[in-house]
Design a protein around this ligand. Structure first.
Ligand SMILES: [Fe+2]
Length: 257
């Protein structure tokens, strides 16, 4: 079975183009045509299923979700996604003053209120964004909700109790795991480690992941990298909404399972 794994797309309804929140985001709003080309490229490659690594939209609004779903209606394969920070949060300029400069996990309850609204918005449109297991081909995919920079204790326990060591196991998470090599790569790419890697993972969770997982895919950091952590192949997939000149890397990774 051929699976396409796709990096962040950051789609936003053009009606937002004049909103103050998007003044620094026009490089994304102007990439819609490129994203439509990416969907044509996926259609030409005919994967059996497409997995999005989160940040499908550029800040949460029901209009942005509807816009993204309209763009994805042209995709001929089935698809699903893990959820990213941009899929559940308001633009920074729309957040309360005291939440603006803090990391996700330190923000107050207003972030969670918005998150609840966002989760309902996705669910109402038939898009499942919760932590879950999906069987595809010979592999078990574990979609983990790391949208706010961490995986909840409950979800960590769920993985520990449900993952089967002997299966072909693949983790799909928006925010990368904080392995030493991840931190090194973030520093090399001038990314703030607190924002771009997960916080609060238990030792038991990490141990379980490293003893039973074959692949870990994440988005969020907008650059491509891969390395081995114990037996797990760790892949960062770059954002799929802007081409890099002189590079064949378009933020789409094909995997046979
Ligand atoms: Fe992100």
């Amino acid at each position: 079975m051929k699976i396409a794994i796709v990096g962040d797309l950051h789609l936003a309804d053009k009606e937002y183009a004049d909103d103050v929140s998007y003044q620094s985001r026009h490089h994304y709003i102007n990439q819609h045509e490129y994203v439509r080309k990416q969907i044509n490229s996926l259609n030409e490659n005919q994967p059996d299923h497409v997995i999005l690594l989160g940040d499908l939209i550029d800040w949460f609004s029901l209009e942005n979700i509807d816009f993204a779903l309209e763009v994805f209606s042209k995709l001929q394969s089935s698809w699903d996604m893990t959820i990213g920070n941009h899929d559940v949060q308001l633009p920074v300029s729309h957040r309360p003053e005291h939440n603006k400069g803090v990391t996700h996990k330190d923000a107050d309850a207003t972030v969670n209120i918005c998150r609840k609204k966002a989760l309902a918005g996705w669910a109402d449109r038939g898009i499942c964004v919760q932590t879950r297991k999906v069987e595809l081909g010979q592999a078990s995919f574990y979609f983990l909700d790391s949208a706010l920079g961490y995986i909840s204790e409950e979800d960590q326990l769920w993985l520990i109790e449900n993952i089967v060591n002997s299966s072909f196991n693949i983790i799909i998470t928006h925010v990368p795991f904080p392995f030493e090599e991840t931190i090194k790569l973030l520093k090399e790419n001038h990314k703030d480690c607190l924002v771009y890697s997960q916080q609060n993972l238990s030792d038991q969770f990490i141990e379980k992941v490293l003893s039973s997982v074959n692949f870990i895919f994440s988005g969020h950091v907008h650059f491509t990298a891969n390395y081995k952590e114990s037996d797990a192949a760790v892949h960062f997939i770059k954002n799929a909404n802007e081409p890099i000149s002189d590079s064949k890397d378009n933020g789409i990774f094909y995997l046979e399972v």
